[in-house]
Ligand binder design. Structure first.
Ligand code: GH3
Ligand code: MG
Ligand code: MG
Ligand code: MG
Ligand code: MG
Length: 300
């Protein structure tokens, strides 16, 4: 482990450094806040041993600075000649994690380093697990595309970016035609497989980059196409219908074709939507029209 030792007194730095080295850790010795922050920015530090009384910026202030600048938690153990309860309490309040009085015994110092490192490792594992969970919570497990929650998160960011760039953002709402009949006749498991196949056909039509596909609900998908005009979006919709025709997913119980088809509603940020929800709402209205007009088509 890399142990940052912050102390303005060179003798103390060297003594502490030797103790750290004796238990096979790498000491990184600095004399004050400037060098400390510099090291923290440039190298991985596992534990900080922090003096309190230092001339320019004291240990309490430096601790607050570290906590403010670095989002990742690095354990801070104060090493101070001051053995007052008040000083200890102030140190913990400032963001420190433990407090030892100088002179410190080598065994105690290294035991405290070990304890802190152990907690830091647990914290890191927890952060990673949380990150993974958060990612998973945005993915639809059946089709592996974004789910509605993931879409809503992304849509906000894409919407803001579109406003900044004064771009044209198109949104396609796609709904499988006569899917209830598919389920009723082929059974739910095959219905699930059908959803997977449709999702992968749709995903294959995405252009690389910022375009997104999400499963919005049961058999409804949303495609987000930044930098895409209405007429381009309509072409994309036609291409999707053609791609599904080519995929030939058999559906003998559909009233429009002997295979799985979709209806598509299209909206675009130039049509007056005030927010992302309005954009979805417009596409939904257009989808409703596409259904009414006979399905397997796209409507603006
Ligand atoms: P329309 O052409 O008007 O869209 O008719 P539809 O039958 O596709 O629409 P409807 O809303 O009546 O039926 C949708 C069906 O989708 C009903 C539901 O059982 C099915 N469904 C929703 N989610 C899933 C799923 O995760 N798996 C399976 N297998 N079926 C699903
Ligand atoms: Mg000092
Ligand atoms: Mg539907
Ligand atoms: Mg429906
Ligand atoms: Mg449907």
């Amino acid at each position: 482990m890399n142990i940052l030792v912050v102390d303005d007194n060179k003798c103390i730095r060297d003594v502490i450094g030797a103790m750290v080295l004796a238990s096979d850790h790498q000491p990184v010795l600095v004399d004050g806040h400037v060098a400390a922050l510099e090291k923290l920015r440039r190298q991985v530090i596992d534990v900080i041993l922090m003096d309190i009384e230092m001339p320019e910026v004291d240990g309490l202030t430096l601790t607050r600075m570290v906590r403010k600048e670095f989002s990742q938690w690095i354990p801070i153990i104060f090493l101070s000649a001051n053995d007052s309860a008040r000083c200890l309490a102030e140190g913990i309040k400032a963001g420190g994690d433990d407090y030892l009085t100088k002179p410190v015994k080598e065994e105690i110092l290294n035991a405290k380093i070990l304890a802190m490192a152990r907690i830091a490792k647990m914290k890191q594992q927890l952060d990673e697990a949380n990150k993974k969970l958060e990612m998973l919570s945005c993915i639809d497990p059946l089709t592996n595309v974004l789910n509605r929650r993931g879409l809503e998160q992304e849509l906000d960011a894409v919407w803001q970016k579109n406003i900044r760039q004064r771009g044209e953002l198109s949104l396609l709402m796609l709904d499988i035609d006569f899917f209830k009949a598919y389920n009723d006749n082929y059974g739910h498991p095959r219905g699930d497989q059908c959803l997977q196949r449709v999702a992968s056909v749709l995903a294959a039509t995405l252009l690389k980059g910022a375009e997104l596909l999400a499963r919005y609900g049961g058999e409804e998908f949303v495609m987000l196409l930044p930098s895409t005009s209405l007429s381009q979006a309509k072409n994309r919709g036609r291409n999707i219908i053609a791609a599904l025709n080519q995929a030939e997913i058999v559906h003998e119980y559909s009233d429009v074709a002997p295979r799985v088809t979709v209806s598509i509603g299209i909206s675009n940020s130039t049509l007056g939507a005030k927010d992302p929800l309005a954009l979805i709402e417009q596409a939904d209205q257009a989808l409703y029209q596409a259904k009414r007009l006979g399905r397997m088509q796209c409507v603006l």
